[in-house]
Design a binder for this molecule. Structure first.
Ligand SMILES: Nc1ncnc2c1ncn2[C@@H]1O[C@H](COP(=O)(O)OP(=O)(O)O)[C@@H](O)[C@H]1O
Ligand SMILES: [Mg+2]
Length: 136
């Protein structure tokens, strides 16, 4: 099953809509609640990162019998130092974003902790691609 979602930068009200759809579909497939939860946490954080740190993006989901592969592609400023960005607490979130309760710098560490496979590639001034794979 393949599907995709569009994400708009700055649109915090709709952040999380892809993860609730994915949650529903994974449950319907009979994936264990623990793996559903891990996947939804990782996807939500990655989606919020597009909203908070990029202009727009697309989420491509491949939901298969034994695994889910989620690719988030955004056009944005990119991540200059991925290793630094992965550190707990590191954040470049704006004051506005922080005031809305985002920007604790825990998103990428949480994605890492909740995915079986994580790959991030980024090009400055162009955008970022995040690949998450979880096995059932
Ligand atoms: N899609 C993205 N585009 C550009 N920068 C990003 C993206 N995702 C993460 N980052 C950078 O990595 C940092 C850490 O991300 P994260 O751990 O999710 O923390 P937070 O989103 O709370 O700042 C962000 O502050 C930002 O600088
Ligand atoms: Mg984040």
């Amino acid at each position: 099953m393949n599907f995709e979602f569009n994400v708009d930068g700055g649109d915090f009200t709709n952040a999380g809509s892809s993860s609730s759809t994915v949650k529903k579909l994974m449950k319907q497939l009979g994936v264990s609640p623990e793996i559903v939860k891990r996947t939804v946490v990782a996807l939500y954080e990655a989606e919020v990162n597009i909203v908070a740190h990029a202009n727009k993006g697309t989420i491509f989901v491949e939901l298969e019998e034994d695994r889910i592969h989620i690719r988030l592609v955004d056009s944005g400023q990119g991540i200059p130092d991925i290793e630094q960005a992965m550190q707990k607490g590191f954040s470049t979130a704006s004051v506005l974003v922080r005031e809305m309760g985002f920007g604790a710098g825990m998103g990428l560490p949480n994605i890492k902790a909740n995915s079986d496979h994580l790959e991030i590639t980024s090009e400055i001034g162009k955008g970022t691609t995040v690949d998450i794979i979880n096995y059932f």
